[in-house]
Design a protein around this ligand. Structure first.
Ligand code: HEC
Length: 202
């Protein structure tokens, strides 16, 4: 015999149980994670650059989740220490990424602190890394006959430099580079690191 009320109650109970287990408890756990003590919130320009990073789809080729040496050679690649949950507290939405067509960028600000390098590379990756398959982002820059005093002029080697005038960074490019340079997790971690095996006493 079909009992609609019993069926509805059972379905609601299963759904409620799953929601508590898979939504409510993880949300509570995740919102209680404190920031790593060495981590500082993004500055307004860096936050703006993060929006540019999202809009340009950088996350499709770059991860932001270096793993422990026991899971892969990320540390030997120079991508920095394994990340901790507290490293991500100010990241919304998170940009962990799933593809590594290019290097992990969670610590790019440590490896590459130069504005000149970043702008040349974003304008034309092949100007600094001849074999690069990264797309160029020339529309984040503009051509000017003479730069204004506050303009950031991109340094370009002869084959990539315009015959006359200069290439200067638009606001999006300036913000994006500020964001890339802010990606530094080189303070000592206080929380459990991603992929690190638990040892007694951890
Ligand atoms: C189609 C894949 C692809 C996309 C999309 C992409 N990249 Fe890359 N990226 C690469 C590859 C491959 C490299 C390594 C070669 C090089 O340095 O150019 C790289 C290198 C880099 C590096 C240097 C990393 C290092 O360790 O030296 C930075 C910084 C970078 N990309 C930033 C960006 C940003 C910012 C965006 C979005 C505006 C972006 N990438 C989009 C593939 C990509």
């Amino acid at each position: 015999m079909f009992r609609p009320l019993g069926f509805i109650i059972a379905a609601a109970a299963i759904l409620g149980f799953a929601t508590v287990l898979l939504v409510a408890i993880p949300t509570l756990q995740l919102t209680q994670i404190p920031a790593e003590s060495g981590l500082r919130p993004y500055q307004p320009l860096e936050w703006e650059g993060r929006r540019v990073y999202i809009s340009q789809g950088c996350v499709y080729c770059h991860s932001q989740q270096p793993r422990d040496g026991s899971l892969g050679p990320d540390d030997r690649r120079g991508w920095g220490r394994a990340s901790t949950p507290g490293d991500y507290v100010y990241d919304y939405p998170h940009l962990l990424g799933t593809m590594r067509t290019g290097p992990d960028l969670f610590n790019i600000g440590v490896r590459q602190p130069s504005d000149d390098w970043h702008h040349t590379h974003l304008y034309q990756p092949r100007a600094v890394v001849p074999w690069s398959i990264m797309p160029s982002y020339p529309y984040l820059y503009e051509w000017k006959l003479k730069p204004d005093p506050n303009d950031f002029v991109v340094k370009l080697p002869p084959p990539f430099a315009p015959k006359e005038g200069v290439i200067v960074a638009k606001r999006e490019a300036v913000a994006l580079v500020a964001y890339l340079k802010s990606l530094k997790r080189n303070y000592p971690p206080t929380q459990h690191q991603w992929g690190k095996r638990f040892k007694k006493g951890d």
